[in-house]
Ligand binder design. Sequence first.
Ligand code: C2O
Ligand code: CU
Length: 465
Amino acid sequence: MSQTRRDILRMGASLGFGALVPRTLLAATSSPISIVASVANVQLAPSDYPKTEVWGFNGQMPGTEIRVKQGDRIVRRFVNELPQASSVHWHGLRIDNAMDGVSGLTQDAVPPGEAFDYEFAATDAGTYWYHAHNRSMEQVARGLYGALIVEETEPVDVDREEVLILDDWLLNPETAQLDPEFDAPHDRSHAGRRGNYIATNGTAETELPVKANERLRLRLINAANARIFLLGLSGFDGWVMAYDGMPLEVPEKVEGDFLLAPGQRVDLFVDVTAEVGEVAHLVRFDDETGASQAAFPVEAAESSTPRRTSPVSLPANPNMSVPGTQSAKRFELKMEGGAMGSLRSATLEGEKTSFRKMVAANQFWSFNGVVGMTDAPLAELSSGETARVKIHNDTVFPHAMHLHGMHFREILENDEMGPLRDTILVFGDETREIAFVANNPGKWLFHCHMLAHAASGMATWINVT
Ligand code: C2O
Ligand code: CU
């Protein structure tokens, strides 16, 4: 047994794995017409702890799963029963700009007691998620998110699937209540709000029985405010089928570990290779050793199914090509600031401001010398134009840049193109370049998905007319 395995088991023992977790949170299939945001009490910490007060959708955390078929319309009345204004963003879906749910850019935040009707077509199959988009660093940290699954029109070659929403929570170790300091300057100026309790689908005790040789589709969603998950598989053979909802032309065999930054998703096909009586794991590497992010005890199958051959790719979504980028309009995005950075001053609310004064305003980051949203967009594009954006991370922290409304490809060496994504992780001191076709008119937010960073300077927008 590998070291990793042993550590997983040890960790498992200390967390009290073994009790079967009720699957009601995972198995929600009905799609109510309303999604009601309200305070909810859920058993987030292990059962010998009190329930945790969170904010949920329809009394659940994660919120009710939304599941439709590609091409369907999604119609939801968002009802706000929170003590705070809110709105809902449908992360990764290419939808009408007016439905994008960004308070202050595409709509006003919905006040407590009021409602907003969202309606749009689910053009693309894949794994998406929805989450609050007003005071996101607080509202997402409180639990306002859920999975949004758009199924392919034809069945795919798996026995079944599981949606795994990964998150971390900053909990008081005695009371299991959320740390209420959502605007903590330290979080905003460093790596963001990171939790001390790591969960999958709202529990650290995720246990999902599987059968020997079964093929599962795992849809992983990182809903954490700031944590970058470094993951791997044990007891499975796996392939990456899609990133951020968009299928790869050729599935990628999972060898070793892979990263999942805040906002990102990955679709895996995994074949159970562990034997009956063993436990397969989605492994999280926190340091040298691995911990279990989700456990899959292997049960005997009724009839022994043989292992399948390597999967074929999922069908591509429509109109996703990024054509030649030579004639593209070019833009630069220089990220500066944060703790241990070299930023001395930046423009804050129209005025040149020293870093010291920025700190006093709880603002820490700048894009191209400006803190936060500007009247003029980063890029002004007409419909159909191709844009390239070179992102320079002149800070010491990684940032997960998310573009609303359109997917992009990274421009790699020799002008090769990376996979379609909506969120790219850019490490400190790195420069990365993305390209996309501006084929969706509207005002699209482009921000760091480390939500404390977005709230303290790292947000801009792109205008497509
Ligand atoms: Cu997942 Cu601007 O958001
Ligand atoms: Cu960031």
